[in-house]
Design a protein around this ligand. Structure first.
Ligand code: ADP
Length: 637
């Protein structure tokens, strides 16, 4: 009996079940942990990107607002009678500015109602204003200023026109955003300044007579306009590239592709870090920002949008990022500027983080899988080792037992002869036959062990040739004749006539059948009967085969033993307890012979009713007439 004892199986269960639970728990924890790490990574990257974008925007805003601060126009005060201080402030700003070329032209437009002077243009060489013609390419801006002046006459701030015209209700995020911006600029040097993205230009109205409220109450649209035309080239080639470098620089150049486009992502490219970036819609951008704070995509609800929800997506921190000069009058949404950034290496950041998480999970699960496989291998190996050790112990015990009986018989027979106990020729012959039988049993046992060892080592050489089925059966019966006769067994043969030949080693095949017959002899009880049957069977996958079966009406085999009886050294507990001699090698050897001949050995058995062992041998293809044997249908021995 080679099954592990209950105690060892219980120990295995005690180890295996907690180990399996730990592995499942580890997998679950790893999955959760990886989700958290990836969420935290996304959040950190999103925060950092949003912060960079906000700072980028604040810097741009600062560059522009410095001019307004320098000019220091009082929106509520008296319009300056002398414009020279304005020219001086501007010249001073230029002298100290980081981008003196940012303002390409500086105009002062006279009031429509009561012009004090013609259109004035700042002359940088003379450092003063001189009369000039308002250029035709700024005609659009001129129209807007007139509209804004009209709006002001209705009692509205020129900058409020855009929000008022675009938003119908108070819950509109655009309106809220605009209100936030307006409140941000209540007071300070930037009050009254507006931005026009189409030129682009910064404009400011000076009311003559000081109090704008009084002016608008009169219905007067009087007002002079300061117009600072900004240089697109300076913005494109200096300010925006430097800002991109300041906030999106990595170790090897820009970490991000950066573009500022006008309109809904497909319009004009004002600046792009890469030749094609921003020219077409960037569907996988990591971050976008509506620079004027007017939310272009209402579904997103915020002018700043990054690939992953940052820790602060709305509220003051994010809103500061969209601080901007109010837009002049109705600037169509198509003219709004948008900042677009996308990570340069590793693709979009969201996908990059998911890919990292996927790789991380794959590695962790791979390691866990390896752990499970190694655990399983370890357990199988240790189980097998234990089993083998047990089988070997059984084998040693059995062999010793099998050797001791004949040796004892031979020893005592020899003693009797030596001491002259045996008298007469007849008694001597009897002793001789006993010694001969025991010696044959011994040599049979040793032969069996050697054959098994040779088969296991793959050293067994077979002498294959074409054989008739009857030839094999006859050889088997001839070898077993003595034991059959001694045990008074009847052998009933049922051999199909005209069976095709098989290819194999005669002595090996007869050894195989002999082992089956020996078992039938050993394990039969009252009924001393053995049936030998040979037939041709059509076997679906294996084709045609010869089946030679050896049946008995003996003790049968328990279904729990059936899967193990072909294993070397295996003996059922019943036969071991009944002290029926055997080594547990007979069937293992018989099956190894069957397999070496390209066939198989199978068993059918019912406990208490008997067993049938069947040797399957493949037919030789297209047998010759001479190779076909004709055997008697039923023969008795
Ligand atoms: P052994 O007969 O030497 O024990 P085998 O390898 O020939 O070894 O058989 C293995 C086991 O299979 C036997 O111990 C026995 O339990 C069972 N067995 C084999 N043949 C028969 C049979 N004809 N009837 C009942 N049990 C059998």
């Amino acid at each position: 009996m080679a099954r592990l004892p209950l105690k060892e199986r219980a120990i295995s269960a005690v180890v295996v079940i907690p180990a399996a639970i730990i592995v499942v728990a580890l997998a679950f924890l790893q999955y959760n942990w990886s989700n958290q790490v990836s969420e935290a990574t996304s959040l950190r990257l999103a925060d950092s990107l949003q912060m960079s974008m906000i700072n980028w925007h604040l810097d741009l805003f600062r560059d522009l607002s410095q001019i307004c601060v320098a000019l220091d126009v009082d929106p509520e005060g008296e319009a300056p009678a002398d414009l020279q201080p304005l020219a001086r402030s501007f010249a001073e700003w230029r002298a100290g500015a980081q981008y003196p070329g940012l303002v390409s032209e500086f105009y002062i437009l006279p009031s429509e109602d009561a012009p004090r002077f013609p259109t004035l243009r700042y002359d940088s060489s003379a450092r003063r204003f001189s009369p000039a013609v308002f250029p035709a390419n700024l005609e659009g801006l001129g129209q807007k200023l007139k509209a804004a002046a009209h709006g002001a006459a209705q009692g509205k701030h020129p900058a409020q026109d855009s929000s008022a015209s675009e938003s119908g209700d108070r819950g509109d995020p655009q309106l809220q955003s605009q209100q936030f911006i307006d409140s941000f600029y209540a007071g300070g040097a930037l009050v009254g300044w507006s931005f026009d993205p189409s030129v682009p230009a910064l404009v400011h109205r000076i009311f003559r007579g000081g109090n704008s409220a009084a002016q608008t109450a009169n219905g007067s649209s009087a007002g002079e306009w300061i117009v600072l035309q900004l240089d697109n080239e300076v913005i494109r080639t200096r300010i925006l590239p430097e800002l991109a470098q300041r906030y999106f620089q990595g170790t090897e150049g820009l970490d991000f592709q950066v573009a500022v486009v006008s309109g809904d992502n497909t319009g004009d490219v004002i600046y792009s870090s890469d030749p094609d970036f921003g020219r077409h819609e960037v569907s996988d951008a990591d971050g976008t920002m509506d620079l004027f704070g007017r939310v272009q995509d209402k579904a997103l609800g915020s002018p700043v949008h990054v690939f992953h929800k940052p820790s602060v997506s709305k509220g003051p921190a994010a809103a500061v990022g969209v601080s901007w000069f109010p837009l002049l009058a109705d600037s169509p949404a198509g003219l709004d500027w948008q900042l677009i950034v996308r990570h340069r290496r590793g693709g979009p950041m969201g996908a990059f983080v998911s890919e990292l998480q996927r790789r991380d999970l794959m590695i962790s699960f791979g390691v866990l899988f390896l752990l499970v496989v190694s655990m399983a291998m370890l357990m199988i190996t240790s189980y097998r080792a234990q089993r083998l050790a047990k089988l070997q112990m059984n084998f040693v015990t059995t062999i010793s037992h099998e050797l001791r009986t004949p040796l004892t018989v031979i020893g005592s027979a020899a003693d009797n002869i030596a001491h002259g106990v045996v008298e007469g020729k007849q008694q001597l012959a009897q002793y001789g036959s006993v010694i001969g039988n025991q010696a044959r049993q011994l040599s049979g046992l040793v032969e069996q062990i050697l054959l098994f060892a040779a088969a296991r080592e793959g050293q067994q050489r077979y002498n294959s040739r074409l054989l008739n089925v009857s030839e094999i059966i006859e050889a088997t019966l001839a070898n077993a004749a003595g034991s059959l006769r001694a045990a008074q067994f009847t052998v009933e043969q049922d051999i199909e006539p005209g069976l095709p030949a098989v290819r194999g080693d005669l002595s090996a095949l007869s050894q195989c059948l002999q082992n089956l017959m020996t078992n039938a002899l050993k394990y039969s009880r009252e009924e001393h009967w053995i049936g030998i049957r040979a037939c041709l069977e059509e076997h679906g996958d294996r084709g045609r085969e010869i089946q030679i079966s050896v049946s008995d009406r003996g003790m049968g085999i328990a279904s729990s033993d059936l899967p193990h009886i072909f294993e070397p050294f295996y003996r059922s507990a019943t036969v071991a307890a009944a002290q029926i001699h055997g080594t547990g090698l007979g069937l293992a050897l018989a099956r190894s012979i069957a397999e070496a001949m390209g066939g198989d050995l199978t068993v059918k058995s019912a406990l208490g009713q008997g067993s049938t062992f069947t040797l399957h041998l493949p037919c030789v293809k297209a047998p010759r007439e001479s190779e076909v044997s004709v055997t008697p249908a039923v023969a008795q021995q």
